[in-house]
Design a protein around this ligand. Structure first.
Ligand code: SAM
Length: 281
């Protein structure tokens, strides 16, 4: 082994070589499609350092052995939770919620009110801020949505964020971007705790799902939010995902993506700022 490959990539309490980084990056890619460039070595070191301490290990080489050992499956899940980026906010990229509201006013609201089926999907929903923002937007246009055939599916690969999201409890600071007219109906305050109301929570179904595996739900979807998720995947993985989303949309369905992403797929055509719709045949 060359001296360069044996040298630690990061100065600190644990030795962390190029080979260790490669094993960890390959493990994450196989589990999630997330591509880790070498520039992320310091981030990997600091996020997984906590795991090494918890396991009583003294170097990343031993950690890689755990990933490959009898407790490997459990540790790969912990690695996934440690290395996924879960940053999110209520009403992030607000123009998407204006567009969604418009969709409900013109098309999806009347469809649901006349007994039609409306399905929305927050794919890569993290801690729940996105699907609950969708739910509050839907309720602002269609107050009885939960009694109609309207459902919001919210999925993420990380079981830890899904468990937190299901609780529907957030800090005052977290909830501050919620528009006042939606907060009145969507947020309750009891004994100093802030939580989303049952009206909001009843609309959302949470589940763990790796977007690169088979999707068990039937669809099709009228609206898919997949924002700030594909940005972590390589080009080929992104293209495959955009195509699958295109195929999962209703003929008038829309896909909303993150501000730094571009959805290039034969099934999709632009329909506004970071909004796409299914290309008509
Ligand atoms: C930065 S958050 C985005 C949250 C939200 N969509 C937003 O824009 O605020 C990215 C989320 O994608 C999830 N994720 C990453 N890879 C995934 C995969 N292969 N399948 C499903 N979710 C994935 C992560 O666990 C993380 O919670």
């Amino acid at each position: 082994m060359s001296a360069l490959r044996k040298a630690s990539l990061v100065d600190g309490e644990f030795s962390f070589t190029q080979d260790d980084f490669r094993i960890i990056a390959d493990t994450l890619y196989a589990a999630s499609g997330i591509a880790l460039p070498p520039s992320k070595a310091t981030l990997v070191y600091s996020r997984l350092g906590k795991r090494l301490r918890a396991l009583g290990l003294s170097c990343f080489r031993d950690y890689c052995a755990v990933l490959d050992g009898p407790d490997g499956e459990q540790e790969r899940s912990a690695l996934l939770s440690a290395l996924t980026t879960n940053v999110t906010r209520f009403f992030r990229e607000p123009h998407h919620f204006d567009a969604l509201r418009d969709q409900f006013r013109r098309h999806l609201g009347p469809l649901a009110a006349s007994g039609g089926r409306v399905r929305l999907w927050s794919a890569g929903c993290s801690l729940g801020h996105e699907p609950y923002s969708i739910a509050m937007t839907v309720l602002s246009e269609l107050p009885n949505a939960a009694d109609l055939d309207v459902r919001i599916l919210a999925t993420d690969i990380d079981p830890q964020v899904i468990e937190t999201a299901k609780q529907g409890r957030y800090s005052e600071d977290d909830l501050s971007p919620v528009p006042a007219e939606m907060a009145a109906r969507g947020i309750s305050r009891a004994r100093g705790q802030m939580a989303l109301t049952d009206d909001v929570r009843r609309l959302v179904r949470f589940g763990v799902l790796n977007l690169h595996e088979t999707w068990p739900m039937k669809g099709p979807f009228d609206v898919i939010f997949c924002r700030n998720v594909a940005i972590y995947f390589d080009d080929q993985t992104q293209k495959r995902l955009w195509s699958r989303f295109g195929q999962a949309l209703t003929p008038r369905g829309q896909l909303y993506i993150g501000h730094s992403e571009r959805a290039e797929a034969p099934e999709l055509q632009p329909d506004g700022l970071t909004i796409y719709r299914r290309r008509s045949a």
